[in-house]
Design a protein around this ligand. Structure first.
Ligand code: CA
Ligand code: CA
Length: 97
């Protein structure tokens, strides 16, 4: 799913896109909204997740144009209003898994 997002979406530089991953229930243990277990795959950027300042509990994809066009995940304040990327199920098969 991660590579699919990186390849298919035109991400605007330095904007965050929520991906439905959070550590609201237990700090440092990131879970997907639709799962109870800790996420197996992650793609955090350097030094992330850092739970910066008063706390950051929601994960987003961010595209760093000035850092060699890298894409990675960052934890950010859940109060931020950002764009988002959703998973959608079609019939019996899931699109983004
Ligand atoms: Ca956190
Ligand atoms: Ca962060």
């Amino acid at each position: 799913m991660n590579q699919f997002i990186y390849n298919k979406f035109t991400l605007h530089p330095n904007k965050h896109y929520w991906i439905g991953l959070h550590d609201i229930s237990t700090e440092g243990k990131f879970k997907w909204l639709d799962e109870k277990e800790q996420a197996q795959f992650t793609d955090w950027g350097p030094g992330q997740p850092d739970d910066y300042q008063v706390g950051e509990d929601c994960a987003a994809v961010v595209y760093k144009e000035h850092k060699y066009n890298r894409r990675w995940w960052n934890d950010a304040s859940c109060r931020q209003q950002n764009n988002f990327i959703c998973e959608k199920k079609t019939g019996k098969k899931s699109v983004l898994r």
